[in-house]
Structure formats: structure tokens, C-alpha cells
Ligand binder design. Structure first.
Ligand code: ATP
Ligand code: MG
Length: 569
């Protein structure tokens, strides 16, 4: 008897495929998931998962769940609607700013919709675990998260409501945390391999989260919003935000004395470099910013751009703003457009610099006088750097911090993130257990995320072709898509082979829709992206069907028996 649950007739499936791309869609996954009837936009960044989409989402969740269970993770489900207090304790009620969905209950108490759950997991373990014997523990959930993203775009790639697997490890020792982290890293590798995603593991910025080790799993794709560097010669790979540059001191003794030069009409680096006949890389640009209101200068080579986002991350939680004309009013020592660090660094302003501004290097820079620049301004002799920061925008060809080879830069989608948090949250919530020595021991934590709904879109990005979606079998909404290309005889055969395949344990979609032309059915089959397409067509009367590989397009005519044997093997 046919296994009804495994055979889905399209005549009874709620699906409406579209020939045209949605007007607002830019990325392939957005266009195709909508056109193939997998998802439907509900409001900005908020999506309904339709029957086929829900199956794909569940398949991803199942793989994630199996591999999390395999490392001893215990599945729980925490609420998405959370009280404000724990997030005030951690400081994130404020820190999250506009990203947080905040709401009030009928009594006026503040709540939020959880963007991630470190606070609540910490409280859960504080309540449930009392002794070192209760640890280590890995807890996870697959749950809906809320973030009021500034630019919810690209369909389910970046939602304001999205599905995430988040897990948290709790250990008493640093070695334990390293072990929990390693377990997650291995589980993530298995998950992304099983999902059929092409991915890279790259170093990430630990930033304001304050942990030590942090890596991201990135799926290379042109639709990605992240960029990462990959070294062609060694194993170095990092998010461009996390690329570091070494401070390599030079021999500064050979440079001549500092010399001031009249440089009329040279307000830009380009005009200055041309006037003096030096490359822009020989000039030193000093960007003035206000850090919590205090003026700070950031020195970078003239041919490089400062990444304000990165600067902000380095200086967080301080706020960083660009200076305005008004800020110069009370500061005659700061000559707009002609600022140089000599005489001012460490006195008039704190001086932060790119590591390329190393001790012993000489620069052309502003002379702190209108229309005048200075040359042979030597770091360590004429000015000192208060702090080195990696804040320039990374460019292709920049040297690999490990081996020096020119780096490549590519775009990618962040699909996972693993993080050794350390004791930040345990400290905030005083999470202790009774230690082996009878004294309280502070717990150390890791936090680990996978974008489950984002992974669906990332897979669509990486695997689609010009005809439509093209799922790997493990994730596809069905194993086989049977098309009845004709009338009663074809439909009968299609349903028969569908049942036989279902009996053999395969998940089958049968396009038995009456009044839909074979051409439309073929187009829909390619759009939906089930890995194998079986067509009951011309030779249905002889019991012969065509078996086609969705990806390669390879096709073969087989009898029903042969086809069932082949596909269920
Ligand atoms: P991003 O930099 O893309 O905003 P994030 O670093 O803030 O992501 P994490 O806090 O590390 O995200 O969340 C864990 C995982 O959840 C991410 O690796 C990503 O796969 C997924 N994710 C994060 N934000 C979204 C979103 N708005 N829509 C869909 N998935 C998301
Ligand atoms: Mg992240």
C-alpha cells in the first residue's frame, strides 16, 4: 500500500508558481523561493513558509538537530517574548539600540522579542545546575528570532523574524570550554557538508561580545553581505572585519630632518600627491573623530580608507562620530585639512593609527598651518602613536598576516557563528556551581548560532541555475518529482509510479494537475528544483517513463520497474 504521507499530489497542494520575478527582489534566492511558491512575503523582512518551503526548512532543522544531538546537545525551547530585566543586567537592553523589538504588556511592563538568548540560557542553567557534576552542559533550541534590521532585504537571507539554531555551552574550566567549542566546530562542519553548502571557516571579530575565540562559517555567494579574505598560499581565512596587520618597525635613522613645504591648493590627498610628485601611499591622512565627545585622530596612509564600522567596533561601547565644522571653532590648534600628528599626538588629541604607520616610517602630512604640509615626518621621532588599530578597509592584494602573500577578497553569506564567550554572562548573572574543591566555581560559556532560514536561502543561492532551484537531495522537499505529461493514461501511470516510489521509502511529488499543459508542468518541475524528475509521457502506454537529473539534465528512458529499482537503490 502506498505510504500516503510520502506521496504529495500537486492537485491537492497549495501552490501557485509565478513566471515573473517579484518587483523588489534582487537576489536569486529571493526571486526563486517566491516564484516557486516556497515562501510568501508577509511584511518587510517577515515571511510565511508555504508547504514546500516548510519542508525544506524542516529538512535543514532535522540535519541541525541530528548533529547537535550527536555532540550531546539537549534540545529545549525558550520563549521568544522576554522580560526586560535580564537584558538590563547584561547591558544589552541599551546596547542593542534600534535592533531590538521592544513592547509593553497591559500593566506597562517592558518586554522584548529575543534577538539571541545568552541571558535567558544563563538564568536557566543558574536555576537547574548546582554542582560541577551537572556540567558540562550543551543546550540548544531551534527558534524564531527577532531583530529590527535596518535593511531587511534579500528575502529570507536577512529577515526581521528568522529561524535560528542557537546553542550555549556551560563548563567550569577553560579547557572544557575549548572542548565544547571544538565539538560545535566539528558538528557545524558535518551540518554544512550534509546540507550540501560550500562553506569556509574564517576568523571573526570578537568585538563587543568580549570573548576570545570566534569563527564564522561563510557560504561564498555574490548575494552575501559579508566579505572575507582567503590566502592563496596558506590556510589563513578571515572576515575582512577581522584581518589584522602587523606593526613592523622600520629603520628611521636614514630620513632627513622634518621640512615644511608650501602646498597651495592641495586640499585633497590626490592633489597633494600630484603637487609633490609622491604616491598617495607616502602621505599620512589624519581623520578626526569624536569618541564619546572627545576629539581623537586616526592616522592611515593616504591611499587607504578608514572603515568607520570597524573603528566603532574597536572603540565600543564608546560612540564614534565624525567631527563637524563647529568642532573646530574652539580649536585653533586643529587646522582643518592640514592636521599632522607632530606636536599634537598625545597632547591635542589621542592618536590612533593603522599599523602601517609603524615606528621609523616617514610621511608627508599636514603641518598644522593653512596651505602647508610637512615631509620627513617620522613616526617615533616626530610623533608617537598612542594605539595601533586595524581600521583600514582591507583591499585585494593586502599581505596575508600569516605568510605575506597577496590576499583575495570574496563575498559570502554568514551561515553560522561560533563563539567562546568566556565568563561575561556568568559574571553578569553570578552563575556559579559548587566546584570540586567545595568552593563556588564561576561557569564559562560558549554561544553558537546557525541561521536555519538563512541556510535555505544560502543553498538556493549556491545551487540554483537559470531554470530555477536545484536542491541537494537531503534538503529537497521531495526526492522525485513525477510529471504526468498528457491525459488519463499518463496521469494513471504517474500516480502508479508515485505510489511505488513512495512504497520504496522515497518522498514523491506527483504533478497530476488536470488542465495544466505538459510545458507548464516541465517549467514548474525545473523551477521547484526536486533532484530527480520522472516524466510519464509519450510512451506511457508501454509503461516507459523518462528519468531526468534536474542538475545535469541527463535523461534516460526506463520501464517503470527499472525506474523504481534505480531510484530506490
Ligand atoms: P549579520 O552579521 O548577518 O547581521 P550576526 O553576526 O548579527 O549576523 P549572529 O548574532 O552571529 O548574527 O547570529 C547567528 C546566525 O544567525 C548568523 O550566523 C546568521 O546565520 C543568522 N542570522 C543573523 N541575523 C539574521 C537575519 N536577520 N536573518 C536571517 N538570519 C540571520
Ligand atoms: Mg555573527
Amino acid at each position: 500500500m502506498a505510504n500516503a504521507a510520502q506521496v504529495q499530489r500537486m492537485s491537492r497542494l497549495m501552490i501557485k508558481t509565478l513566471r515573473d520575478d517579484p518587483a523588489d527582489a534582487e537576489t536569486a534566492s529571493h526571486k526563486l523561493l517566491v516564484r516557486a511558491g516556497y515562501v510568501r512575503r508577509s511584511s518587510a523582512g517577515i515571511w510565511t513558509w508555504l508547504p514546500l518551503g516548510k519542508k525544506v526548512l524542516e529538512n535543514v532543522s532535522r540535519v541541525v538537530r541530528e548533529e547537535m544531538d550527536a555532540i550531546g546537545g539537549q534540545e529545549v525551547l525558550l520563549p521568544a517574548l522576554l522580560p526586560k530585566e535580564p537584558y538590563e543586567t547584561s547591558g544589552r537592553w541599551e546596547e542593542y539600540g534600534d535592533l531590538l523589538f521592544r513592547l509593553k504588556d497591559r500593566k506597562g511592563a517592558d518586554y522584548l522579542l529575543g534577538p539571541t538568548h545568552e541571558e535567558i540560557f544563563t538564568l536557566t542553567v543558574k536555576d537547574q545546575c548546582t554542582s560541577y557534576k551537572d556540567l558540562p552542559v550543551i543546550l540548544y533550541q531551534i527558534q524564531i528570532k527577532y531583530r529590527d534590521e535596518a535593511r531587511p532585504r534579500s528575502g529570507v537571507l536577512r529577515g526581521r523574524e528568522f529561524h535560528m539554531k542557537d546553542s550555549y555551552s556551560f563548563d567550569t574550566t577553560d579547557e572544557g570550554l575549548a572542548q565544547s567549542y571544538a565539538l560545535h566546530r566539528e558538528a557545524y562542519e558535518k551540518i554544512f557538508q550534509r546540507l550540501g553548502l560550500d562553506y569556509r571557516i574564517v576568523s571573526a571579530v570578537s568585538g563587543a561580545m568580549g570573548g576570545s575565540a570566534s569563527e564564522e562559517f561563510l557560504a561564498p555567494a555574490s548575494a552575501g553581505e559579508d566579505t572575507f579574505v582567503d590566502c592563496p598560499s596558506c590556510d589563513y581565512a578571515a572576515n575582512t572585519e577581522a584581518v589584522t596587520v602587523k606593526v613592523e618597525p622600520a629603520d628611521g635613522s636614514a630620513h632627513g630632518p622634518l621640512e615644511e613645504l608650501d602646498t597651495p591648493d592641495t586640499p585633497t590627498i590626490e592633489s597633494l600627491a600630484e603637487f609633490l610628485g609622491v604616491p598617495a601611499s607616502a602621505t599620512l591622512k589624519n581623520l578626526l573623530v569624536k569618541v564619546d565627545g572627545e576629539i581623537v585622530a586616526v592616522g592611515v596612509p593616504g591611499n587607504r580608507e578608514v572603515d568607520l564600522g570597524k573603528l566603532g567596533e574597536h572603540l565600543a561601547p564608546a560612540t564614534v562620530e565624525l567631527v563637524t565644522a563647529e568642532d573646530f571653532v574652539d580649536r585653533p590648534d586643529l587646522v582643518r585639512g592640514y592636521v599632522g600628528p607632530q606636536g599634537l599626538a598625545g597632547k591635542a588629541f589621542r592618536y590612533l593609527a593603522d599599523p602601517r604607520v609603524a615606528p621609523g616610517t616617514a610621511w608627508v602630512t599636514g603641518a598644522n598651518k593653512e596651505g602647508v604640509h610637512a615631509k620627513n615626518v617620522v613616526c617615533g621621532r616626530d610623533f608617537e602613536v598612542d594605539e595601533y588599530l586595524d581600521v583600514v578597509v582591507v583591499e585585494p592584494g593586502d599581505p596575508c598576516p600569516k605568510c605575506g602573500t597577496g590576499l583575495k577578497i570574496d563575498r559570502a553569506i554568514e551561515i553560522g557563528h561560533i563563539f567562546q564567550l568566556g565568563r561575561k554572562y556568568a559574571d553578569a548573572f553570578e552563575l556559579d556551581v559548587l566546584g570540586q574543591n567545595g568552593k563556588p566555581a564561576r561557569v564559562t560559556m560558549g554561544s553558537y548560532g546557525i541561521g536555519v532560514s538563512r541556510a535555505v536561502a544560502a543553498l538556493a543561492e549556491q545551487t540554483h541555475d537559470d531554470k530555477g532551484l536545484c536542491w541537494p537531495r537531503e534538503i529537497a522537499p521531495a526526492d522525485v518529482h513525477v510529471v504526468a505529461a498528457g491525459k488519463a493514461k499518463q496521469t494513471e501511470l504517474a500516480l502508479e509510479i508515485g505510489d511505488l516510489l513512495g512504497d520504496a521509502g522515497l518522498r514523491v511529488l506527483v504533478d497530476d494537475r488536470a488542465g495544466v499543459s505538459p510545458g507548464v508542468k516541465f517549467t514548474d518541475a525545473e523551477l521547484l528544483g526536486v533532484p530527480t524528475i520522472v516524466v510519464a509521457g509519450r510512451r506511457a502506454g508501454e509503461g516507459v517513463v523518462e528519468v531526468k537529473d534536474r542538475r545535469t539534465g541527463e535523461r534516460e528512458e526506463l520501464t517503470v520497474e527499472e525506474a523504481v529499482a534505480r531510484l530506490s537503490a
